[in-house]
Write a protein that binds this ligand. Structure first.
Ligand code: GLA
Length: 740
């Protein structure tokens, strides 16, 4: 990797084996964007990439010159009001009412490695040789606002991480009204836009559309990154497939209100903006203050969508997630939520755990309902002390009983929330987010604590840390079950209310940071009514997250397939639950429920005591299978093969680092009658290795499996071949391929 500044042409060129990123100081002193994509040769003067033309009616800054207009020039930190009519990356409201800014290049420096972002999650390095960071200083001389533009290029992979730090070096305070993390101006718009969108229990479905003139965007104004949209977008060339072609992925490492936007202008330039959503953001920057934006990560690959996903997986698994669990195979857990909901006693829980232990489960997780007066979702949130009627010996008592079974013990919290019916609310009614004189909206009968206040975070930290110090808790499920309304903090003055959403998230990050630092051995799993905050920000603190409250295998195919576009398999909480399924009432076979859940962290969300002996034997072999192969499933190279959004079948696979073992998951939603012969073309195998197929026993070369395909033809409805089981709806198979 290299970062070069060519003094004479004023061109910056950052490159590694995969990508180049080229910028220049423009004739008007601002910083311009010239190229992002596959690596190109360096030249002394790449400034001829700057496209200038006389465009009728354009606004021009230089007297007598009609060639240079910000309306068309590709920029790094565009402001509004001086001739660029596209959405800006920065907007500063000044005391005289002006919102115009003009950031002029001042200087640059190159740092080995990558600096951290104070108070914010970000990718990191484990040695200075892993990355280089270019910091470009620009200044708006009228306000004295300086900005440091950070560009980190990693030694490996087509990755560039970006963020901006603003510092008020002027004499007056200003309001930062918009501070996007990234602006990327591309020279054409021949892209398909992919987003991950949905709803509660239907998260991260892949939605695709052709980019076209105007603005297309996804975002959140809910206070959490949301079930509805993920802070992630893909631009792919229309011809790009899963395994080849140009793809750009943009991901924002942030868990609050965000905006990801593409604006195609009249001449087919595309401007990408990613950052904190400006609609709910306004930050007062006093003289001397600074503001750090969240980090945005850009990936380019010519290896198609799988190539992009693998780059994100590698980066987010190894250099975003942290802590002792980062590289470890994840424990197989059993969670009591769908087994008992609020209806449990300690003995009932221990019975569930015992049966699970007998099957090989490693971790028992006690979900909602163990604290305060929590016998339903109407009370108790905020009172993080054990309910002694249910747990006579407290958390320490039940944790010990579970440990004595030879299992680890895990516990659910919802730290950011409060019920009106709680001791905490009775003591501190002003600790909730609520606007003066206005009614408070509840969500699931609960209010949101004002995490912008340090005393609130301190108090919750105190209660949680006490439990973790006193009891042997190995895992925490951190939930967040409603979005924010009436976002107003009683502790902030009127001109700082625009800061509350962001300060709230900073408070959440602060609590995570304190707990993960004090309890480094605890495995954290993030959750927000399932996948309402499944984002890279959370991954920095919690290496896994509950993907969705929908545990139905068929629904999960789409949810997990979509999630895999950006997030590693090791981050996806996925469980086998009961039938009829509690969300869609569908009955899928036990093996299909497991075959989907294997591509994740794996666990059970039901009472195994209610299964037949035959089913228990099946569960035992599922657990044995997962223990044997989870290192490959969770940490191998993952390939999507067949999209559930495009047909009746879905397939994906994971390949070991040495390519000697591959695990292929094949799934068919509805049965078919008298079907054609079917083959599934695999990916990522070694062409010259012979692989033995665990189901058919056949032995084939990798090149055959990748070019001809794996035979998936079976006895479909209508006719049953001799010696074969009849197939039903919701069929699935796992093929293990091993080098001979
Ligand atoms: C959320 C979670 C569930 C469960 C419940 C408990 O919905 O996503 O897994 O923990 O809360 O109330």
């Amino acid at each position: 990797m290299k970062i070069v500044y060519h003094e004479r042409s004023k061109v910056f060129h950052l490159w590694n084996d995969s990508i180049s990123y080229v910028m220049m100081v423009l004739p008007n002193g601002q910083l311009g964007q010239l190229y992002f994509g596959k690596r190109i040769h360096d030249r002394e003067d790449l400034s001829d990439l700057l496209e200038l033309a006389v465009r009728p009616m354009a606004s021009c800054p230089f007297p007598g010159d009609r060639t240079f207009s910000l309306e068309h020039v590709k920029q790094e930190l565009p402001g509004f009001g001086t001739g660029d009519y596209r959405s800006p990356a920065v907007e500063i409201l000044q005391q005289n009412g002006s919102r115009i800014s003009d950031f002029q290049y001042q200087s640059y420096r190159v740092e080995a490695g990558k600096p951290g972002l104070p108070g914010l999650p970000a990718t990191y390095v484990e040695g200075e040789q892993e990355a280089s960071t270019l910091v470009v200083n620009v200044e708006d001389s009228v306000t004295g606002i300086c900005a440091e533009l950070f560009y980190t290029i990693f030694a490996r992979g087509g990755v560039l991480a970006r963020s901006i730090r603003y510092c008020n070096e002027g004499a007056e305070s200003v309001q930062l009204e918009r501070a996007m993390s990234l602006c990327l101006d591309l020279p054409d718009c021949d892209y398909e836009w992919l987003q991950l969108s949905g709803a509660w229990a239907r998260e991260r479905h892949i939605k695709t559309r052709k980019l076209t003139m105007g603005i297309q965007s996804v975002g959140s104004l809910r206070g959490n990154s949301s079930h509805q949209h993920n802070p992630f977008l893909v631009l792919k060339r229309p011809s790009a497939t899963e395994n080849q072609g140009d793809v750009i992925g943009i991901s924002l490492i942030y868990s609050g209100n965000f905006l990801m936007q593409a604006e195609v202008d009249a001449h087919d330039n595309t401007r990408i903006l990613a950052g904190i959503h400006p609609d709910t953001f306004s930050w007062k920057l006093e003289a001397g203050d600074s503001f750090q934006t969240p980090e945005a990560v850009m990936v380019y690959t010519d290896q198609g969508l799988n190539g992009m996903s693998q780059t994100f997986h590698q980066l987010y698994q190894k250099r975003l997630a942290r802590g002792s669990w980062r590289d470890k195979e994840r424990p197989i857990l059993i969670n009591n939520w769908e087994a008992t909901y609020f209806d449990f006693t300690e003995d009932k829980l221990v019975k569930i755990a015992e049966k699970a232990r007998d099957c090989g489960v490693e971790l028992f997780v006690l979900d909602d309902g163990w604290f305060g007066e929590r016998s339903s979702d109407r009370a108790g949130l905020g009172d993080w002390v054990a309910n002694r009627e249910r747990l006579p010996q407290g958390i320490a008592g039940i944790a010990e009983r579970i440990e004595n079974l030879g299992m680890k013990f895990g516990l659910w919290f919802e730290p950011e929330m409060i019920n009106e019916d709680s001791d905490l609310y009775r003591m501190h009614p002003d600790w909730v987010l609520a606007a003066p004189q206005r009614a408070k909206s509840h969500g699931r009968y609960q209010y949101v604590l004002d995490f912008s206040r340090v005393e609130v975070v301190d108090c919750i930290y105190g209660m949680m840390a006490k439990i973790l110090r006193e009891a042997k808790v190995s895992y925490i499920k951190w939930d967040m079950n409603r979005s924010i309304t009436e976002c107003y903090s009683a502790a902030l003055p009127s001109d700082r209310q625009g800061e509350v959403y962001h300060r709230y998230i900073l408070g959440v990050y602060d609590l995570y940071e304190r707990l993960t630092r004090e309890f480094p051995e605890v495995l954290f799993e993030s959750c927000a009514s399932g996948g309402g905050r499944f984002d890279p920000g959370m991954l920095y603190y919690a290496p896994q997250g509950w993907v969705s409250d929908d545990t139905d295998a068929v629904e999960r195919m789409k949810i997990q397939y979509g999630t895999s576009l950006c997030y590693p398999i090791s981050s996806m909480g996925s469980h086998v639950s009961t039938i009829p399924n509690h969300q869609v009432y569908r009955k899928t076979p036990l093996h299909t429920r497991a075959n989907v859940a294997y591509f994740g962290t794996f666990g059970y969300e039901l009472d195994l005591n209610r299964l037949t002996e035959e089913e228990i034997e099946e569960v035992k072999s599922q657990i044995a299978f997962m223990k044997k192969y989870r290192s490959i499933l969770q940490f191998g190279t993952f390939y999507r093969l067949k999209s559930p959004f495009e047909g009746n079948e879905m397939a994906w696979m994971a390949v070991s680092g040495d390519k000697k073992t591959a695990i292929v998951g094949w799934y068919r939603v509805l049965n078919v009658v008298n079907d054609h012969y079917t083959r599934l073309r695999l990916a990522g195998l070694a062409p010259d290795i012979c692989y033995r197929n665990s189901l058919s026993g056949s032995v084939c070369y990798g090149d055959e499996l990748m070019n001809l395909g794996l035979c998936t033809t079976d006895a479909t409805a209508g006719e049953v071949a001799v010696g074969q089981e009849p197939c039903t709806d919701f069929e699935s198979r796992i093929y293990v391929l091993k080098a001979e």
